[in-house]
Structures are given as structure tokens and as C-alpha cells.
Design a protein around this ligand. Structure first.
Ligand SMILES: NC(=O)c1ccc[n+]([C@@H]2O[C@H](COP(=O)([O-])OP(=O)(O)OC[C@H]3O[C@@H](n4cnc5c(N)ncnc54)[C@H](O)[C@@H]3O)[C@@H](O)[C@H]2O)c1
Ligand SMILES: O=P(O)(O)OC[C@@H](O)[C@@H](O)[C@H](O)[C@H](O)CO
Length: 380
């Protein structure tokens, strides 16, 4: 049986990527630091993926096991030696932390094997696999780097499936929305995985996804949080917020349609479909999950700032994006380390400073000025 090594046995790991590998006939070795999940995977050797629908259809995911990367380094290296695919879904900020171990695994593998290995980071970040590759290379000697060509391949990808935080007393089962899309950029012929879509150019796919699904999600999360709402679907019931989401997606849509020559009607349908996905009440998706890590989400290439910068450059409207950025700056969830850090930065140095340091926006930029004005109004 072929092997997929997947870093991150969390929601997307178990509920999406790991599940597709298992359903495509792979054994999936999950690598994670969460001891309880790893132990359970090894005890139970299977789990259920449940769809967030009326019927709550279930799929049993088998041929799974787990390794703890903090305690089982040798076993992880051995698994990397055997694998056909190595994937991640751990969060973009964690990629540098797992890179040294992946580099060790690749170094050992390349001493003994000519088999091809495909590495794909499944994170909400543009060029996440390129970033991971960079971190891996920083941890690899020159001799090994020379051996990578035609043996280890790095493909960027876009992943789309809403998987909320699971409220199931430590069970491995995962509730997921029925919709999913996994787009991988390559011109190679690679071992088929059911549900994986191959494209030659990922840019329109990842930007359309990140600047529609994730931008819309972020607007709902930050405005919902400010109004004391708990979940995404509950927030969207508010008509003012629903209008704000639509208006923001019209701004990102205008950029996407122009940039990638998309059909405007098809893009409207795409937005409509996504709004319906957000309304799924079975997901109970917390605004704090969707708004998590605001410093990452306010990054220059992320879902709010990048489309605002692109719209500004193209002479398009970005007023609602500026409003959403202002709302993000007010996110102060005390369970979120980045939110705490962001509020401390704002307290010490002000909003413009954060926009400069975190988002790469100069203090005198038009976007900064709009954001600051919205921020001051929202704070009232
Ligand atoms: N949940 C979604 O709806 C969704 C959808 C598409 C993409 N994503 C992306 O997938 C990635 C994972 O998101 P998630 O929602 O599954 O998060 P999650 O928190 O459920 O899962 C992350 C897992 O990574 C593990 N982890 C953390 N640090 C680690 C380390 N140093 N070594 C090994 N494992 C470590 C955690 O223990 C956890 O099990 C993120 O980049 C996210 O943006 C999420
Ligand atoms: O995972 P994040 O923190 O980048 O973003 C939060 C959500 O918007 C995200 O997880 C979506 O649910 C997902 O991207 C849908 O495909």
C-alpha cells in the first residue's frame, strides 16, 4: 500500500486531505504534536468524516496511524523514506518548525531511494509550498540539495473545505461541509488522488478562493465578533453584515475579474455559492476560529490587505475592504495569541504603526488613511 505522510492531524488534516488519501487507497501516517490525537489514531485506526447536512452522511476513513514529531523523530524520518506524498495542514506559521525534520527525512531518503516524492503544503497562504521548500533548503546540506531534482517535487496548492473546530469530546470524528476543492499546480503526471484537481497555473484558483471564501469569511468573523455573535451563520443573519460582505466581495470580485479575465456572471454565481456555504448552520463555525491569527490575516499578501492594494493600484474601490481591515484591528479575543499581541502593539504604537509593520502599508497611504478613519468610527 502506498503511503502519504501528512503533517497536522487537525480539522483539515483528518477532515479533508487525509480522508482523500485514504479513500484513494493510501495508508495515511499523520504527524502531529497532539499526543491524544496520535494515541487515538493508533488505537482506533479509523475515524468518521460526517457531512454537515440534514442527512449527516458518514464516511469511514481507514488505514490511518499517527506519529508524534516531538517524540518519534526516527519513525517520522523512516515514514518520509517510504512515502509517495508528503502534505501539511498545520498553519503557515508552523511550517518553519517542521522543516528541519522534513529535511532530515529527505536527506535519509535520498541516500537510499530514487522513488519520486511529491510535497504539497495545504495551507491558506499563497505559495505555501514554495515557502516550505525554502525552509527545508535552509536545513539541508549542498550535496543533498543536488539530489532533489527529478526525485522530490514541490507543488503549490489551494484547499477549500470549511471544517470547524470539533465539539466532540476528543473523538477523532470530524464534521465537515459537503463542498470541497483541492487544486494542485503541476505539469507533471502524478499518482492520482480522488478529488485532487491538477492545474498548470494556480494563481487564478488560489486568489479566487482566498479573496472570496476567506475574505468573505474574515469580514463576517470580525464584524460578528464586534457584535458579540458566536458563529458565522448567526452573524450572516444580520442584514447589514450580509450587505457588507456582499459589498466587500464585489470589490475583490472586480479585481479578480479584471486580473484573471473571469466571466463576471460566473464569478457572481461563485460568490452566491460561497454565501450559501457560510449559511450552513450545522457547522456551528465560531467567529473566533475564522478570525484567528489576525496578524497573519492582515499580512500584505493575505485576504484583506492584498486585494485592497491590488484594487487601489487598478483604480478600483476598496472602501469595504478598508472597513474590514479596521474591524480586524479591533479583534481582541483573549484566547488568541496574535490578537493579544496585536492589541498590545496598537496600545503602544497606534494603528498606523501596525498597518506599516504587519501589512506593509505606509502611514501616508490612502488605504491606511481610510482604515484609520473606519477604525476610529468603529471604536466609538
Ligand atoms: N479548517 C478549515 O476550514 C480550513 C480550510 C482550508 C484550509 N485550512 C488551512 O489548513 C491549515 C490547518 O487548519 P486547521 O483548521 O486544520 O487547524 P487545526 O488547528 O485543526 O489543525 C492544525 C494541527 O496542526 C498541529 N500542529 C501544530 N503545531 C504543530 C507542530 N509543530 N508539529 C506538528 N503538528 C502541529 C495541531 O496540533 C493541529 O492538530 C491552516 O493553514 C488553515 O488555514 C483550514
Ligand atoms: O484557516 P484560516 O485561519 O486561514 O482562515 C479561517 C477560515 O476562513 C478558513 O479556515 C476557511 O474555513 C477555509 O479556508 C475554507 O476553505
Amino acid at each position: 500500500m502506498k503511503l502519504a505522510v501528512h503533517f497536522g492531524a487537525g480539522n483539515i488534516g483528518r477532515g479533508f486531505i487525509g480522508a482523500l488519501f485514504s479513500q484513494s487507497g493510501y495508508h495515511v501516517t499523520f504527524v502531529d504534536i497532539a499526543e491524544q490525537i496520535i494515541d487515538k489514531l493508533n488505537e482506533e485506526k479509523k475515524y468518521q468524516v460526517k457531512l454537515a447536512t440534514d442527512a449527516q452522511e458518514c464516511m469511514t476513513i481507514e488505514n490511518v496511524s499517527g506519529l508524534n514529531n516531538l517524540k518519534q523523530e526516527k519513525e517520522v524520518i523512516e515514514a518520509i523514506q517510504q512515502a509517495t506524498y508528503l502534505t501539511t495542514a498545520i498553519g503557515p506559521n508552523i511550517l518553519p518548525r517542521i522543516a528541519p525534520l522534513i529535511a532530515k527525512g529527505l536527506t535519509e531518503r535520498l541516500k537510499v531511494s530514487n522513488e519520486k516524492l511529491y510535497i504539497i503544503a495545504c495551507e491558506n497562504q499563497i505559495s505555501a509550498t514554495d515557502l516550505l521548500k525554502g525552509y527545508i533548503l535552509e536545513n539541508m546540506d549542498e550535496e543533498t540539495k543536488q539530489k532533489l531534482q527529478n526525485r522530490v517535487y514541490f507543488f503549490n496548492s489551494a484547499v477549500d473545505r470549511i471544517v470547524p473546530i470539533q465539539d466532540n469530546q476528543g473523538s477523532l470524528d470530524v464534521l465537515v461541509e459537503p463542498y470541497f476543492e483541492w487544486v494542485v499546480e503541476t505539469s507533471e503526471t502524478i499518482p492520482p488522488i480522488d478529488g485532487m484537481k491538477i492545474v498548470a497555473n494556480l494563481a487564478p484558483f488560489i486568489e479566487r478562493k482566498l479573496f472570496t471564501v476567506n475574505t468573505g469569511h474574515a469580514v463576517i468573523a470580525y464584524l460578528g465578533y464586534l457584535q458579540g455573535k458566536e458563529t458565522i451563520d448567526q452573524t450572516l443573519v444580520d442584514e447589514m453584515i450580509a450587505k457588507q460582505v456582499h459589498a466587500t466581495l464585489s470589490e475583490t470580485g472586480a479585481y479578480l475579474v479584471k486580473q484573471y479575465n473571469l466571466d463576471p456572471d460566473e464569478h457572481q454565481q461563485y460568490i452566491h455559492k460561497i454565501m450559501n456555504r457560510f449559511k450552513n448552520a450545522y457547522l456551528h463555525d465560531a467567529v473566533t476560529r475564522v478570525g484567528r491569527s489576525p496578524l497573519r490575516k492582515l499580512g500584505p499578501n493575505d485576504r484583506l490587505v492584498r486585494p485592497a492594494i491590488e484594487a487601489n493600484k487598478a483604480g478600483l474601490s476598496y472602501e469595504h475592504l478598508a472597513y474590514a481591515i479596521a474591524a480586524a484591528l479591533l479583534f481582541d479575543d483573549q484566547h488568541d495569541e496574535e490578537a493579544i499581541q496585536m492589541q498590545e502593539m496598537i496600545k503602544q504604537h497606534g494603528v498606523s504603526y501596525v498597518l506599516k509593520e504587519v501589512s506593509g502599508l505606509t502611514e501616508d497611504s490612502e488605504i491606511t488613511q481610510q482604515v484609520v478613519s473606519h477604525y476610529n468610527n468603529l471604536k466609538k
